[in-house]
Design a protein around this ligand. Structure first.
Ligand SMILES: [Zn+2]
Length: 406
């Protein structure tokens, strides 16, 4: 689930705006982009910037495109700019450096599976958990891990090399909430919250979000954990593709008495649609360029679109439609949307970020209660595979199709 944003997350961003870096973001080393000189034509750069990464002129004044080069602000408010020289034409464009391989068939493909969120004892803290009465709890981080466990042997059988970003409940980062109390205090002070309370007793407690503990938790599971996964992907696993497995949801309120919503839907996210505010952050701008210049975009769109088409049919779900301008369509598929998430921004290879099912729909709740089973059963009024198997099989079939039709 990524649809629900806490107000405090945006407060966090604003509080570090003076630094022009996102929470826990590192100051970019622009010399890293030197090997990307003359790897892309002006036309291609402008196409990707306008249609995918910075639609609605979001990069105006920050990334300026001239005839032969692009001029990019390195540090907000300072005069130094990074100059990117364009290739004269596609034929003379140099190859960009990258660790992933394009044009690989599924046999031999290095696929990293990234089950979203933490799950286990962490699910309540990350607000990816609800339960009705004595029923089976619905926890996104546990469901995604079960889908991953069902998917991995299928991909292996198809000849892919499966790599794991997370293989057990809990965080991949060795850091813990306590490591972020000091930064959390600094954030709250920057927002003018003098003498904040250190801890809270219950999730429902008024003012919980303004406690040091709550802020430290957000830094831990929403920032540090994703940044550590990006480190695993880019520096250790170096896959050809990452599958980010999620379930969607609408706001459900009290996790002991969740509100059900009637709709159920599906979409797939690719990276893009940076807002003017995000583009003013030095690390966001730098990471956008790393992706754009790394040649990730077209492969990411191609694979995501084929997987989306197959999964939509297999899951029989309508597309989710964004009504706010945080996302934009990148092609004719109603299922594929570009959005700037931390995970798909930091991973420097094609990412297929899956958001099927609404966890707090009546249908999904009933399917979670039914658990895993072989074959087909009638649950919530229709004959289906178990939820986890349906998801896993649909991904495997979609990926098979994507790697076949090139
Ligand atoms: Zn999620």
């Amino acid at each position: 689930m990524i649809a629900r944003l806490l107000l405090l997350a945006s407060l966090l961003v604003h509080s570090v705006q003076a630094e022009s870096l996102s929470p826990l973001g590192e100051r970019p080393d622009w010399t890293v982009l030197a090997p990307f000189q003359e790897t892309i034509t002006r036309a291609e750069f402008v196409r990707l910037l306008d249609r995918v990464y910075a639609p609605r002129d979001a990069a105006t004044g920050l990334i300026d495109v001239n005839e032969e080069r692009a001029s990019i602000v390195q540090r907000l408010g300072e005069p130094e700019r990074f100059t990117l020289r364009f290739a004269k034409d596609a034929a003379s464009a140099k190859s960009p450096p990258r660790y992933w391989r394009a044009g690989q068939p599924l046999a031999g493909l290095r696929v990293a599976i990234d089950p979203g969120h933490l799950g286990g004892e962490w699910a309540k803290m990350e607000e990816r958990w609800f339960r009705i009465g004595a029923g089976v709890p619905v926890a996104e981080g546990d469901l995604t891990l079960r889908v991953a466990e069902a998917l991995a042997p299928q991909l292996t059988a198809l000849g892919a090399e499966v790599l794991w970003v997370r293989r057990a409940p809990g965080p991949t980062t060795p850091k813990r909430v306590a490591d972020f109390f000091q930064i959390a205090r600094a954030f709250l002070a920057a927002q003018g919250v003098a003498n904040p309370r250190e801890t809270y007793r219950s999730m429902e407690e008024p003012g919980r979000g303004a406690t040091v503990q709550s802020q430290a938790e957000l830094l831990f599971y929403r920032q540090a954990e994703i940044r550590h996964r990006a480190h695993l992907v880019n520096d250790e696993l170096k896959p050809d593709l990452v599958l980010c497995l999620h379930f969607n949801a609408d706001a459900w309120g009290d996790p002991q008495r969740p509100a059900f919503v009637p709709k159920n839907h599906f979409h797939v996210l690719v990276n893009g649609c940076y807002s003017p505010t995000e583009l003013r952050l030095d690390d966001n701008r730098f990471e956008l360029l790393q992706r754009l210049l790394g040649g990730v975009t077209d492969e990411e769109h191609r694979i995501s679109t084929t997987v989306a088409t197959h999964m939509a049919r297999a899951l029989a779900l309508p597309p989710y439609i964004y009504t706010r301008d945080i996302a934009v369509r990148v092609n004719a598929s109603p299922y594929v949307w570009a959005r700037n998430l931390l995970a798909n921004r930091l991973y420097r290879c094609p990412v297929v970020f899956l958001e099927p099912y609404v966890m707090n729909s009546q249908e999904l709740w009933e399917r979670v209660q039914a658990g895993d089973y072989e074959g087909v059963r009638t649950v919530a009024g229709s004959a289906r595979k178990s939820l986890v198997r349906e998801y896993a099989v649909a991904v495997a079939e979609g990926l098979t199709a994507a790697m076949r039709h090139r």
